[in-house]
Ligand binder design. Structure first.
Ligand code: TRP
Length: 330
């Protein structure tokens, strides 16, 4: 039997190049050798969008289109909608007993997001506890691998702590520990060079961006502020264009020559930006074309089929969990 993979995204906006190099490429690569599940995490998205649930539901089809257009194959990968699997909520309730407030507070991702959103004591409990519900996502589908970006590592760690605690407490081996699958570029910087590429910060190139928007964003990229004339020596480190060339240019030798030339001086920003633009246009054109060919009805049917299949596995796991805990079922 193939090992299982589970991963997912919040449907709050378009997927972008950060998702592509951080996780989507791994999902595409792994789907033929594993039993892969991708969760459209609409419940998790509600933890910070509860005032605008329509924004979440509108994005479900969009995110599924992103998956299909990059090459996620519904014959090999099960795409499901989180809110349609009630066992996730049930498992979350059990797990909440196995986690302390102190431990949640120390979760680095939660810490960072709390700071970003300016929550103090007014943090919604649902948001604070989303790592627990993420542990339920992963373990309900018995996943052993989780292809994600670097920012999700604390979630994997938290999941494995819950797994060990559960198994020890109830003298069972019901739950499986999981491992993150990180990519070569686990974190893609935003076009502003300030932080990671993020839809909420508006510094990302979306997979569905039209050609002129891609070009415009490439030409906005932060380079080296001291590289004023083309003849000046330039810095490669911290230069967003080179960070993207590292992630998207396939030829290491050409790239090494380019960097040396830039450092020496004599290579203008316009030249490297044009190069990057060409690469990105080449990468994104077929993805955009595939996206345009997808019709919403077909995508809904794929989500429906995937969710029905996932529900079966969810039922099997929750039955084992209830048995391990000695919870009565009628
Ligand atoms: N937290 C992930 C994100 O913000 C989304 C997610 C929800 C997820 N459940 C998951 C990722 C389970 C991996 C596994 O992108």
């Amino acid at each position: 039997m193939k090992k299982k993979i589970l991963t997912g995204d919040r449907p709050t906006g378009q997927l972008h190049l950060g998702h592509y190099v951080g996780s989507l490429q791994n999902r595409i690569k792994l789907q033929s050798s594993y039993d892969q599940y991708i969760l459209v995490a609409d419940l998790q998205a509600l933890t910070d969008h509860f005032a605008h649930p329509e924004k979440v539901s509108q994005n479900i089809i969009e995110i599924a289109k992103d998956y299909l257009s990059v090459g996620i194959d519904p014959e090999q990968t099960t795409i499901l909608i989180q809110s349609q699997i009630p066992e996730i909520a049930e498992l979350t309730v059990y797990y909440l007993n196995l986690v302390t407030l102190g431990r949640l507070r120390r979760n680095p991702t939660i810490k960072y997001e709390m700071q970003q959103k300016g929550y103090n004591e007014a943090i919604p409990a649902g948001f604070f506890c989303y790592p627990v519900s993420q542990a339920a996502d992963i373990t309900l589908f018995q996943a052993e691998l989780v292809p994600v970006g670097e920012d999700q590592l604390p979630m994997i760690e938290q999941t494995n702590e819950i797994v060990r605690r559960f198994n020890r407490l109830y003298h069972t081996e019901t739950l499986k520990e999981c491992k993150a699958v990180l990519s070569k570029t686990a974190r893609l910087v935003g076009i502003d060079g300030k932080s990671k590429s993020s839809k909420s910060l508006g510094n990302a190139i979306a997979l569905a961006d039209p050609p002129e928007v891609i070009k415009q964003k490439v030409f906005q990229m932060y380079t080296d502020p001291d590289h004023i004339k083309a003849s000046d020596p330039g810095r490669v480190e911290g230069n967003v264009v080179f960070a993207y060339l590292d992630a998207f240019h396939p030829d290491l030798e050409i790239l090494a020559d380019l960097k040396a030339h830039y450092r020496r001086g004599g290579l203008g920003d316009v030249v490297i930006k044009n190069m990057l633009n060409d690469r990105l246009q080449l990468l994104l054109a077929p993805i955009r074309a595939k996206r345009d060919s997808l019709d919403a009805k077909m995508v809904k049917e794929i989500l429906h089929q995937g969710t029905v299949k996932a529900a079966q596995l969810a039922k099997e796991t929750i039955k084992m969990v209830r048995e391990a805990m000695g919870i009565q079922s009628f």
